[in-house]
Design a protein around this ligand. Structure first.
Ligand SMILES: CC(C)(COP(=O)(O)OP(=O)(O)OC[C@H]1O[C@@H](n2cnc3c(N)ncnc32)[C@H](O)[C@@H]1OP(=O)(O)O)[C@@H](O)C(=O)NCCC(=O)NCCS
Length: 245
């Protein structure tokens, strides 16, 4: 709440993160990690990353380097193409999580994401009552969630990244992978954000060895950038979890 209008910070539903590094980056990251258990710095110049990582580690944080992917109009084009060509498996229906969704279903979505190793956003964010955004879920005929994806506007209006939306939280239950569900839900999220929330950029952080996710991002028009997405964890607070894959 305190940082909501500060153009240096962002909130993508999981944690408050730093989007405008500056010379006090380490100090801020340590403070955010102490409060939240973890912190992320977006848009950190790759060229300076090694020094920053050792400084953060020197402060007791465990740093996970993620590639910082971003796309603009190419994401919309790829998404429209996906919707044009995709044939939905017969037993699948797509739903948006909103205020009418049952708490039980939201919990099932969180559980499914976590089984895929992806930290979900809280229910109130998923429902769209926090940051502007959308969260899509694919359900099978038994009503079980089998895939999900979301996107949220994350910067205040006065930020130089104001029109960049965080996109991701993609997870597909292992028995339903390879059927195009992540692509479809990811595409729907991009189109929604472009048309409804005026997003013109899409950002995400992906671990360098997560080849399936990187291939998916590439297909959806996001590509590697000159930035690093620095993810820090204070394991004394956060346990062994990671913020993203
Ligand atoms: C990444 C993940 C969401 C993909 O889900 P999915 O529903 O199987 O993906 P799709 O079927 O829509 O595949 C879309 C594209 O992603 C890429 N892709 C998906 N799985 C892949 C794999 N195992 N190897 C390489 N590329 C892969 C391909 O480009 C594919 O397009 P193509 O089939 O036309 O080649 C799923 O593997 C998952 O839940 N992984 C664990 C969680 C995770 O890493 N999430 C991403 C967090 S950033």
């Amino acid at each position: 709440m305190l940082l909501k209008k500060d153009r240096r910070f962002a909130f993508q539903g999981r944690i408050v993160l730093l989007s405008d590094p500056g010379e006090d980056m380490v100090e801020i990251m340590v403070a955010l990690a102490k409060l939240q258990g973890g912190s992320v710095c977006n848009y950190f110049p790759k060229i300076n990353a090694q020094q920053a990582i050792s400084d953060l580690e020197g402060q007791g944080l465990s740093v996970v380097e993620h590639d910082h992917l971003r796309g603009t109009k190419a994401c919309l084009d790829a998404s429209l193409k996906t919707l044009e060509t995709f044939a939905l498996p017969e037993d699948i229906s797509i739903t948006v999580i909103d205020e009418t969704t049952s708490p039980q279903f939201v919990s099932e979505v969180v559980e499914m994401s976590e089984k895929c190793g992806v930290m979900s956003v809280p229910g109130w964010v998923m429902r769209g009552t926090g940051p502007k955004g959308v969260f899509f879920v694919a359900q099978n005929s038994a009503g079980e969630p089998v895939a999900c994806a979301g996107s949220f506007m994350c910067h205040p209006k006065n930020s130089s990244h104001a029109q960049d939306a965080f996109w991701g939280m993609l997870a597909t239950r292992s028995d339903r992978r390879g059927q195009g569900l992540a692509c479809l839900l990811g595409a729907k999220a991009i189109i929604h954000m472009w048309e409804v929330h005026n997003a013109r950029g899409f950002i995400t952080g992906v671990s360098a060895d997560n080849l399936s996710s990187k291939a998916l991002c590439k297909k959806m028009g996001l590509s590697n950038s000159d930035w690093q997405y620095l993810s820090c964890i204070d394991h004394t607070i956060f346990g062994g979890d990671a913020i993203t894959k």
